[in-house]
Design a binder for this molecule. Structure first.
Ligand code: BG6
Ligand code: MG
Length: 230
């Protein structure tokens, strides 16, 4: 990583910051999450399909577990739920270990490079607690000014905490931040942080964004930077 933002002065700088969600924006981990949750759901005899998995997009691990368990969630003691979340995560990390830089979605590296060449700051801002591991596998640490995730910001999206913390670490005012998100909860979090937001994916999922695109490959530095007032 280029820096963790700690060298920036406390006063807000006038640079623009691009805050990229990780899962579903830089890489598509939804199938890896699906297979890992499905393993747990099968063990417990609970129904779980890809559409149920899609509803977990952007939500933290514990919030996701509550949805996987559904109305049975309250019947399990806390310790049991901690174990379940850990089991799912171990299965997920085994799959993450097999990721390579080829799993970076098309256009991402060139987009980040282009943004940095134009003087913008680039960060990952994710609800995941596995961001470091995923970013390592993708090989994009060199393009990041900061990485802020569920380890730093315990309140999962749609809470704006992770985006506000990323802006603070970069020393940039929220009004000079543009978020790129694939989840409805992430778009809501960006709006709650009073940041501009581009939604990636089907309009019914990300229509609350300032602008939507079907895939990350459609994004250009100019398009993103134009969202912030000069
Ligand atoms: C989000 C994903 O980025 O991270 C969710 O969209 C996932 O699907 C969440 O549940 C938490 O991830 P992790 O890696 O901490 O279990
Ligand atoms: Mg996402």
């Amino acid at each position: 990583m280029v820096s963790d933002g700690s060298s920036h002065p406390a006063s807000k700088c006038d640079r623009v910051a691009l805050l990229f969600d990780l899962d579903g924006v830089l890489t598509d981990t939804s199938e890896l999450h699906y297979l890992s949750w499905k393993g747990l759901a099968d063990e417990l005899g609970l129904p779980f399909d890809r559409s149920a998995n899609d509803a977990l997009r952007g939500l933290g691990r514990r919030e996701s577990l509550a949805l996987v368990l559904g109305e049975r969630s309250d019947r399990f003691p806390e310790q049991k739920k901690v174990e379940m979340a850990a089991r799912k995560n171990a299965a997920y990390l085994e799959r993450v270990a097999r990721m390579t830089p080829a799993d970076l979605l098309p256009g991402v590296r060139a987009l980040m490079q282009g943004l940095r060449e134009r003087g913008a700051l680039v960060a990952v801002a994710s609800s995941s607690k596995n961001s470091e591991a995923v970013v390592d596998r993708l090989g994009v640490h060199d393009l990041l000014d900061a990485l802020v995730d569920g380890n730093d910001a315990p309140r999962s999206k749609p809470d704006p905490q992770v985006f506000l913390l990323a802006a603070e670490r970069l020393g940039v005012s929220p009004r000079r931040c543009v978020v790129v998100e694939d989840a409805a909860s992430g778009v809501a979090a960006a709006r709650a942080a009073r940041m501009k937001v581009v939604g990636v994916g089907p309009p019914e999922r990300v229509s609350a964004a300032d602008r939507t695109v079907a895939t990350v490959a459609e994004l250009t530095p100019d398009m993103l930077l134009a969202l912030v007032e000069p």
